[in-house]
Ligand binder design. Sequence first.
Ligand code: FES
Length: 102
Amino acid sequence: MNKPKRHIFVCTSSRINGQQKGYCHANQSVELVEQFMEEITDRDLGGEVFVSNTGCFGICEKGPIVVIYPDNVWYGAVSSDDVEEIMEEHIENDHIVTRLEI
Ligand code: FES
């Protein structure tokens, strides 16, 4: 297995019992995961960039939350309109999308 160069974590408010219930989930974060997956495929980055859904980061009021490692960059209030920009600017060109950074 190759370790990814970048790992995108999207809060989908996943709970330990398997339920997804919370602020980010209620604000279309599952769709964000799907969009990131599509972007990764379309850009042929499947071996380099992973995306995973997560539980609550504890900052729901700033959600939906997207965290990118190893950069330790946290984005807040991410919407569908922001996914392409994050992929293009951050993932492809190493430029943090400062307007979304928290
Ligand atoms: S539910 Fe996403 S940060 Fe709390």
